[in-house]
Design a protein around this ligand. Structure first.
Ligand code: OFO
Length: 178
């Protein structure tokens, strides 16, 4: 199958968006690291890696379909946050933007009758759904804990636990795939 120029351009736009997401999470992880929030940092570093994996999946798809994947320019992400709640609010709103972009991409595939790419993008639709739920639930919990008293300690612990659960689920998934 050969990609149409329209689909190739649209997929490359998504490559850039996933790369930018990876950079944003990396900057968030560095901020959390400096703030002494080790659980949050671990979670965010690993999410940055995930976004890079999302980018690479698209790059390989474009190449395998005879197109040319474009390595995007690296933009400076936001480096500082007022506090950890604001950071996760930004992360959540970023996920909503990525979801909207994937929806639009699927729509372009449908309009251009590219069923194969629309089918490939199903994985991204599912992934975005998971990430939206994860960040929405996380935000609810950390808002509930709040920043007062030992709030930061408990927020960091909450995120660390979430990170460990995610790692365990990934391990199970990859064992199942062996
Ligand atoms: Fe790429 O999954 Fe979120 O943004």
């Amino acid at each position: 199958m050969i990609l149409s120029p329209t689909i190739e351009t649209a997929l490359n736009k998504q490559v850039a968006m996933e790369a930018a997401a990876s950079q944003k999470y990396l900057a968030m992880a560095c901020w959390a690291d400096v703030a002494g929030l080790q659980g949050c940092a671990r979670f965010l570093y690993s999410h940055s890696d995930e976004e890079r994996m999302h980018m690479l999946k698209l790059v390989h798809y474009i190449s395998d379909a005879g197109g040319k994947a474009i390595t995007p320019m690296v933009e400076q992400p936001v480096l500082d946050y007022e506090n950890i709640i604001q950071l996760f609010e930004k992360a959540y709103s970023n996920e909503l933007k990525v979801s909207a972009a994937i929806d639009e991409l699927v729509e372009i595939c449908v309009q251009n009758k590219d069923k194969q790419t629309a089918n490939f993008l199903q994985w991204y639709l599912d992934e975005q759904h998971e990430e939206e739920v994860l960040y929405r639930n996380l935000l609810d919990r950390i808002r509930l804990i709040g920043l007062q008293d030992r709030g930061l300690y408990f927020i960091d612990k909450e995120v660390e636990d979430l990170y460990s659960q995610k790692q365990a689920t990934e391990k199970k998934k990859s064992k199942g795939a062996e």
